[in-house]
Design a protein around this ligand. Sequence first.
Ligand code: ADP
Ligand code: MG
Length: 458
Amino acid sequence: MVRDVWSEFLVIAKEEVGSRIVETWFRAVTFNRWDSYQKIVYLQAPNQFIKGWVQSHYTALIETHLKRLLYVNEIKIVFDDQQAQEEAAHQPAEVVLVKPAVSAHSNTVALHKKEPSTFRSYTFDNFVVGPNNSLAYAAAQAVAEKPGEIYNPLFVYGNSGLGKTHLLHAIGAEIKEKNKRCSVLYQTADRFVNEFINAIRFDKVHNFQAKYKAVDVLLIDDIQFISNKEQTQEAFFHIFNALYDAQKQIIFSSDTFPQDMKGLAERLKYRLAWGLVVDMHLPTLETKIAIIKKKAEMSNNECIDDDVAHFIASRTVSNVRELEGSLIRVMAFASLTQQPVTLELAKKVLSHTTVQKNNMPIGFDHVIKCVNKYYHYNIDDLRSKQRSKELSFARQIAMFLMKKVTDKSLRDIGMFLGGRDHSTVMHALDKISQQAQRQQHLQNQLKQMEDEILSPHV
Ligand code: ADP
Ligand code: MG
C-alpha cells in the first residue's frame, strides 16, 4: 500500500533528524494520496502552523526519501487545500535562485529545487540586528545594495547557528528582488564539491565551470567544506578569478577565519580575505528576546509576551538555532493543544525536556570523557575541523558511542561534535560497526567503553 510509504518515511526520518522532530512534525501529517501520473504526493497537516513549518524546513527531506520509496526521479509535495489557496491568491513567483547558463549535471537542478522556500523566509527584514552581528549585517546590506562594487569578496564567519546562512540568503533574495535579471547562485560548499565530483564523473567539468562563471552573484555557504579537497579547490580557484576579474560579487560564509582554515591552499586563503572579513557572535539576552518575538510573529502571526520570550531566551545559551528550537517546541505544543502561549505553558514544555534529560543520566560529555581515556583527544580536538587519521577515528568512535548510549539524533550528535552533518555521523556509525564486525579487539573495546560509560561510577 502506498500509505505504508509514509510509515517507512517516518522510520527513516527518525534516524535522520531524530525522534523529537518526527513526533512534533511528521506524525501529525497524513499521507492523503499519490498521483503516480503527475508524480504528486498529497499530504495534509492539522493546521497552518505545522504545514508551514514542515514545508519550509522539511520539503527537501520528504522529497528525497519519497522519491526513493516511490521509485521516481521527480516528485512534488502538495499539501491538500494548499493548491486552491495558491491559485486564488496568485502568489508572486518564488525567488528564482539561478538560471544557470548550463547545468553541469541534471542533479544540480534538482538540488536547487528545495531552496526557494527557505530562501524566501531568510530575509533582511526578519533578521534581528544586535551588537553580535551588526557589522556582518551592515556589510551584507552594503553588498546587496551594490553587488561587486564595495566589498568583494565578502567573507562572513562565526560558529554554527549564528545566522550566516540566513544572511547569505538575505543578500541573495535582496539582489534578486532589486534586479530580476541578475543571476544569483547560492550553493553550499559541500554541494559544490559533490557537483564537481559528478562533473568529473560525467565528463562535464567544462559545463560545471561555465555554469559558475556565468553568474552575477555567487554565494558559497560553509566554504570550510572544501578543505582538503584539492581538485575542487583548484576548480574553485579558476571560478573565483574569473568572477572577481569580471567584478561579480562573491560572498562566503565559514566557521573559521580564512587564515585559520586547515587544508586550504594558501593562494585560496589569501583570496578569501581579499575583500571584507566580518565575524558573528552569540547574541546578547536582549537580542535573543527580540529574535524570539520576531520568529513567533513570522511563523504564526502571534505575539509572544515579554515574560515568555525572556524565559525562553534565558534558558537557551548556545546559539540561535537552539533558541529557535525551544520556541518551536513551545509553539508547536500550544498549537497542537490549542492553548495560548503563556509563561506556564512555556515552563511546562521546556521543563519537560530538562526532566527528560535528568532521567537520562548519560550525556555527551560523559561519552567524551571515556573516549578521552582511550584515545587521548579532548573535546576541543573532537570538535575541531582537523581530520588526521587517528583523530577522525576517535571522533567516529565518539559518534558511535553517543548514538548507542543516548537517545539523541544523528543531527544532535553532529552538531555537538563541531557542527557536523548528520550524514557524517551516519557514515561514522556504519564504518565503526562494520569494522567492529571484522575486528574482535575493536568490538571488545567498544563493549568495554560502553560498560564504563553506563556504569554509575565513571
Ligand atoms: P548558521 O548558518 O550560522 O549556522 P543559520 O543562518 O542557519 O546559522 O541560523 C540558524 C537559525 O537561526 C535560522 O533559523 C536563522 O533564521 C536564525 N537566526 C540566526 N540569527 C538570527 C537573527 N539575528 N535574527 C533572526 N534569526 C536569526
Ligand atoms: Mg549555515
